[in-house]
Design a protein around this ligand. Structure first.
Ligand code: LMR
Length: 329
């Protein structure tokens, strides 16, 4: 990567910090990293930019990463295909977006399977969780690690204090059969939609609600076009930090090993701070005037009772052993 020259304007510097765009040299292995999230301290943005920063410094002259955030290169619907075509080399899609390639990842979407982020991390670090990184080896996808983000919460254009408040409402979901079944179990209507379209769909009433982390609800301003968000913590949002086997095979052995070692380091470091980041974004929503409905134990139990029957529907597809391993983590 060419060194930044001192004459850069403040504007250019801030753009460069937000997107970690590199200026790759001829002869370097160039990897495009595409993702859909925004902001500067969002967990995925931080991990992606850190990866690029470290590779571009430590592998200067050998490998160079260019980061494309905010669906600027590929959005949800095209990015996995693009990875297989070699049009992008590194991605970090939500674990909910792999339904066309494996049903096993449905385990991450089962409502209330993880008590909290710590339980989710115990599972992703377990043998069962690590095996899933290679669940799509046959397709040519290689999971390099899990980038955790946060638990998910429901927001809508009216207060959702109990599950029956969701009856008849349209909720945007990621393209996940488990998520669709979960919304149906609440009496709502699931509308799969790409992430970049969610704000507009909430604003114009194409959908009434959505489910996401504090970091996405804040950085994409969903709270501004919703009545309130209910602190359900019903699902995990985490990302598969991934590449393709073809890309790894194209690299000389030393470069591949160095890249994989940096990837592991960045993953471990990024995951240490996600809980703090989420807490900060929750506070930022409140500071900006967003409303958050909290649940007491009885209130939370009502949501669990409404959504947990979904587990049974997916037991055959996901596998009872895998569900048990996740639930007991
Ligand atoms: C969503 O589609 O809601 C999220 O997966 C977006 C993201 O990558 O955080």
């Amino acid at each position: 990567m060419k060194k930044l020259t001192l004459g850069l304007s403040a504007l250019a510097l801030s753009v460069s910090a937000a997107t970690a765009q590199a200026n790759c040299d001829a002869g370097e292995i160039v990897a495009k990293l595409s993702h859909v999230t925004g902001g500067t301290t969002h967990p995925k943005v931080v991990a992606a930019n850190k990866l690029a920063e470290r590779v571009n410094a430590e592998m200067n002259g050998t490998m160079c990463i260019e980061v494309y955030p905010n669906s600027t290169l590929f959005g949800d619907s095209k990015e996995l295909e693009a990875l297989l075509l070699g049009d992008v080399q590194i991605l970090a899609p939500s674990l909910s977006k792999f339904g066309s390639y494996t049903s096993k990842f449905g385990v991450f979407d089962l409502p209330f399977i993880f008590k909290d982020m710590d339980a989710a991390m115990r599972f992703t670090n377990s043998d069962a969780g690590q095996d899933l990184l290679l669940a799509m080896e046959d397709v040519g996808f290689v999971g390099l690690g899990y980038w955790m983000s946060g638990m998910k919460y429901f927001s809508a254009n009216k207060p959702l204090l109990k599950p029956s408040d969701a009856e008849g409402l349209k909720f945007r979901v990621q393209n996940s059969d488990v998520a669709k079944a979960m919304i149906a179990a609440m009496g709502g209507s699931p509308q799969p939609m790409a992430f970049k379209e969610v704000y507009g769909a909430l604003q114009t009433g194409v959908v009434d609600g959505q489910e996401n982390t504090w970091s996405n609800i804040y950085t994409k301003k969903f709270f501004e076009v919703q009545d309130s968000t209910t602190e359900t913590s019903h699902q995990l949002l985490a990302y598969l930090f991934m590449t393709s086997q073809e890309f790894l095979d194209s690299m000389p052995k030393d470069a591949r090993e160095q890249f994989i070692a940096i990837a592991k380091d960045v993953t471990n470091e990024a995951n240490l701070s996600v809980k703090d980041k989420e807490a900060n974004y929750r506070q930022s929503i409140l500071d900006a005037g967003g409303k958050i409905n909290t649940l007491d134990d009885a209130g939370r139990k009502a949501w669990v009772d409404a959504m947990k029957p979904v587990w049974k529907q997916f037991e055959d597809k996901i596998g009872a052993d895998l569900i048990e391993a996740a639930a007991n983590s």
